[in-house]
Design a protein around this ligand. Structure first.
Ligand code: SF4
Length: 554
């Protein structure tokens, strides 16, 4: 098996991966060997994922071996901030062309590495493999090895051609590369009992800097953040940390688990979003460090910092309470953010009318119920039209979501705030939560909304009236024709990659008595692409299982 095939198999069989743990022994043995079909990488390819994961290492030259479009697609699209070198934002690509496809691109790659080292003298060069060089058989491993020996700098191959899978897989392949070529290759100048690694934090909009001052105050040193605002040397020395926190469980679980296995560094999964979660994360860091030899008084100091910061944050949020009281928020995000910011919003006097759970795990959903009550409105999948309707009918006053849904809010002439990766404000830590409430307040009280809602003097019928009339007409038709309504419901797409609708999944569950998402994927292919619809499939399964007793056929 090739190096790449081996790596992919290893990542798929990662025991720390929640998805794998949820599988039966038989399914786990099989691994996730299913071949991807075209479109399977929709939403970001593996190369994109690898680049997202490693580009925040700021002093490294990130060289993309492939056509220029790959780099154009992935360059600097996340806003990871640096406190020092800006080299990570310089775009390097071999920009291979037809001649390279015919004669091979290895020479061009070597020349590019050499040129980068001569011009920029970085501590290391990371070489990303993309689809075309992988298909024509360029041996980037051999080129990187030769370049390392001849040019005297670490040159690291990242085996991440886009066609092997989706963004998440790319994150893990990037993790494998630094485990194999970077971590443990250098030694820190000194170590302390307070050295930690933070894994899966990318310092988007400078979020790490909202947490770091508190760790500094406690005397806790971030030996390496993988990879936000990191330097190559820090990542290379990270094997000397005493404990680790893994910030985003899905992205880099393999790094955390393998570092525990190889270097005996215990880790926990935590979040910096939300006041309660931030406190829990600080406590857990202190607990792990004490377990590994730090003085027990660290916990007392940690609790004192937590008490002070919590009190300060709640007090600052209190200021906005009067203006925000009763405002309704529609939260379209995923993962931990689907619940971790809820407490701060509720404390600001806001009501959460719905939170999306499309990308949330079972634990996330439990947590939502805990915070918002059993009747919490969890939205599995909301069509743009439903979002529009909700905002238009003022069932929500503001929508918090990623950039892609912003135009729905803008069409409804309602405030919107970016809460996902392209955001320009940092929402981590205690100050981040106050910042979030402040930004919501600013968005809600922006006078522009009042102005754009006024009809233009020359409009006899506004486009909204036309749209509203069309929506109302369709709703009336469906209400009058239950058969048509059912047809429409069943025709709703669940898996965009494979174009599988609700009805097909429901029928497969009933006809074949399926009881797991994996079995549904086997039968219908739904969920066999980027995997984002796994939550929706699980909800359909739960719903169908509730109405019909389903016992899986052997
Ligand atoms: S690596 Fe492949 S899938 Fe990804 S952007 Fe490049 S060509 Fe497209």
């Amino acid at each position: 098996m090739s190096t790449l095939a081996n790596k992919i198999q290893e990542v798929f069989n990662e025991p720390g991966c929640g998805k794998n743990q949820g599988k039966s022994e038989k399914e786990r043995k099989k691994g996730c060997t299913k071949q991807l079909t075209p479109g399977g990488a929709a939403g970001g390819c593996a190369f994109d994922g690898a680049k997202i994961a490693l580009q925040p290492i700021t002093d490294v030259a990130h060289l993309v071996h492939g056509p220029i479009a790959c780099e154009g697609n992935s360059w600097d699209n996340r806003g990871a901030k640096s406190s020092g070198s800006q080299l990570y934002r310089t775009s390097f690509t071999t920009d291979i062309n037809e001649t390279d496809v015919v004669f091979g691109g290895e020479k061009r790659l070597y020349k590019s590495i050499k040129e980068i080292i001569e011009k920029y003298d970085p501590p290391a060069v990371f070489v990303y493999q993309t689809c075309v060089p992988a298909m024509i058989g360029d041996d980037i491993g051999a080129v990187c090895k030769t370049a390392t020996e001849k040019l005297g700098k670490p040159v690291v191959p990242i085996y991440s051609p886009g066609f092997v899978g989706a963004k998440n897989l790319g994150n893990k392949l990037a993790g494998e590369a630094i485990l194999d070529y970077v971590i443990g290759t250098e030694e820190p100048e000194y170590t302390t009992p307070y050295d930690i690694n933070i894994i899966g934090e990318y310092n988007l909009s400078g979020e790490l800097w909202q947490v770091k001052p508190l760790l500094d105050e406690l005397g806790i040193r971030i030996l390496a953040c993988i990879s936000g605002d990191a330097k190559y040397h820090e990542v290379a020395c990270s094997h000397r940390a005493k404990a680790a926190m893994m910030v985003c469980s899905k992205a880099m679980i393999n790094i955390a688990r393998k570092m525990q296995e190889r270097y005996d560094i215990p880790y926990f999964e935590g979040s910096f979003y939300g006041i309660g979660d931030m406190s829990d994360s600080l406590r857990e860091i202190a607990r792990l460090l004490i377990e590994r030899g730090a003085p027990a008084e660290l916990m007392e100091r940690t609790e004192a910092v937590i008490a002070r910061e919590e009190a300060r944050a709640w007090k600052e949020i209190e200021v906005y309470k009067q203006r925000l009281a009763g405002k309704r928020v529609l939260l379209i995000t995923g993962g931990v953010k689907s619940w971790s910011v809820v407490a701060a919003l509720q404390e600001g006097g806001m009501e959460i009318v719905g939170t999306s759970v499309k990308k949330s795990t079972k634990e996330d959903k439990e947590k939502i119920k805990e915070i918002m009550g059993q009747d919490a409105h969890m939205i599995d999948d909301m069509t743009p039209r439903e979002m529009y309707k909700m905002l238009k009918e003022a069932k929500a006053d503001i929508m918090l979501s990623g950039g892609r849904s912003q135009f729905i809010a803008l069409k409804a002439k309602m405030p919107w705030l970016d809460i996902n990766q392209e955001r320009h404000h940092a929402y981590a830590g205690y100050v981040g939560m106050v910042e979030l409430v402040r930004e919501i307040d600013k968005a809600l009280s922006n006078p522009i909304w009042e102005q754009v809602r006024r009809p233009a003097p020359w409009d006899e019928t506004t486009w909204e009236e036309v749209a509203d009339a069309a929506i109302a007409k369709e709703a009336a038709e469906l209400a009058a024709n239950p058969e048509l309504a059912e047809q429409k419901r069943r025709a709703q797409n669940v898996c965009n990659c494979k174009a599988i609708d609700t009805g097909t999944i429901e029928d497969a569950i009933r006809d074949h008595k399926l009881t797991t998402v994996e079995r549904i994927t086997e039968h219908t292919h739904a969920g066999g692409g980027c995997g984002k619809c796994a939550g929706s499939i699980a909800s359909i399964l739960a719903r169908v299982s509730e109405t019909a007793s389903v016992t899986e056929a052997a």
